[in-house]
Design a protein around this ligand. Structure first.
Ligand code: ADP
Length: 388
């Protein structure tokens, strides 16, 4: 029995949904993932310990996002098993300039979020679709939207600006920053690491990758900008790119907006440079020189951007690794840290191999930690705050 929240994270080809207990520490009791929408739709349902409870495949024809949402909602209803659902929380990529925290969704809010879709056309419409579907099915159920941009609204105005004509900044073309729910969760862990007032860089290294500079647990700068394509090299995204390259490709290869979008979001990064895979595990296991070169470039770009964020912070007290690569790949951590020796960072090889908590050497003036992120848990926490 008991009271539960459902947390929904809907992307372009997948929907993640989880049931969380509505009391601290908001543990997930069930996690579902429907992926392969448009290619090979597949569901996997796991229990709290991560063991698979159920798997299901569907034929690709006719299995669109709406169907995936309907399947997820039917399954959620089944999983409740007598418990009370108190609300639905959603990860929404873009909250624009207006939303600096989570918000209770109303029709007016939904319209505002819909109006932000041109700023994140690949994600925002997919994030909003389940909100509409749930509102239609259960109009009384409170829904909360939590934004990937909100945590970065604390940045000084100058950190959010491009050097473009003023009218463009005023039209909303500025740096928003992303991965905010992950960073907010890590920020909440800083006091227990003794880093409450510290100058910290958090490296969120997953398929998407970015860095966030924090002081006093608040974002002061980030590597992602107007879109989630900026900054670090990623699984399939190139990260920061001389804008002149795009103009050159338009002129010489006749590439249009859609072709450039596919290039910078889907065909570049670890995949594009290695010609092999976007997956760090595959690249680490490969003996291909291009795989090694892709990993070396990934690490080099992180080192360069750390330098930039150290300048924004005026120094560094700690570096924190999180997300798939940051939490699991000791080699990437060691290689990144080797380029930070000038900052006074030395890892402890045994602690780094163990890969949880502090991984820096005892005498290292700058410390380093591995902290697993929990974006869904952060959403559940926000829900408790708003509905409690
Ligand atoms: P997403 O951004 O899709 O949430 P994740 O945070 O799950 O991505 O990160 C996915 C990345 O983490 C992949 O490149 C994957 O290879 C990498 N990864 C996961 N586990 C390991 C591991 N044990 N060693 C090295 N890399 C890993």
């Amino acid at each position: 029995m008991g009271e539960l929240f459902v947390v929904v994270n809907a992307g372009s080809s997948s929907i993640k949904f989880a049931l969380h207990e509505a009391v601290a520490p908001f543990a997930a009791t069930r996690r579902g993932l429907i992926e392969g929408i448009g290619t090979a739709p597949h569901l996997r349902l796991r229990d709290a310990a991560g063991a698979t409870l159920m798997e299901r495949n569907w034929p690709v024809e006719g299995f669109d996002h709406a169907r995936a949402i309907a399947e997820a909602m039917a399954l959620e209803a089944e999983l409740l098993d007598g418990a009370t659902l108190l609300g639905a929380g959603h990860r929404v990529v873009h909250g624009g300039l207006h939303f600096a925290g989570p918000v209770r969704v109303t029709e007016a809010v939904l319209e505002e979020l819909q109006a932000l879709s041109p700023l994140a056309p690949l994600h925002q419409p997919h994030n909003l679709a389940p909100i509409r579907a749930i509102a239609a099915l259960a109009p009384e159920l409170p829904q909360i939207a939590c934004f990937d941009t909100a945590f970065h609204r604390s940045q000084p105005p100058i950190a959010q600006e491009f050097a473009l004509p003023r009218r463009m900044s005023e039209a909303g073309i500025r740096r928003y920053g992303f991965h905010g729910l992950s960073y907010e969760y890590i920020a909440s862990c800083l006091p227990r690491l003794g880093l409450a007032g510290a100058r910290v860089i958090v490296a969120h290294l997953g398929n998407g990758a970015s860095l966030c500079a924090m002081r006093d647990g608040r974002s002061v700068a980030s590597t992602m900008g107007f879109t989630a394509a900026d900054g670090l090299m990623m699984g399939t995204r190139c990260g920061a790119l001389d804008p002149g390259v795009l103009i050159h490709l338009m002129d010489t290869e006749g590439m249009d907006a859609r072709a450039l979008e596919a290039l910078i979001y889907k065909e570049s990064g670890l995949l594009g440079v290695s010609g092999l895979s976007s997956d760090m595990r595959t690249l680490r296991a490969s003996s291909e020189p291009h795989a090694a070169e892709a990993v070396a470039l990934f690490v080099y770009r992180i080192q360069r951007e750390i330098g930039s964020l150290v300048a924004a912070l005026g120094g560094l007290d700690a570096l924190i690794f999180t997300a798939g690569i940051g939490e699991n790949d000791a080699a990437t951590r060691a290689e990144v840290a080797a380029g930070c020796a000038w900052l006074g960072l030395t890892l402890d090889p045994a602690l780094n191999a163990a890969g949880r908590g502090r991984v820096s050497a005892e005498a290292s003036p700058v410390s380093a930690f591995v902290v697993p992120t929990d974006e869904e848990g952060m959403i559940a926490r926000h829900m408790a705050g708003m509905l409690g």
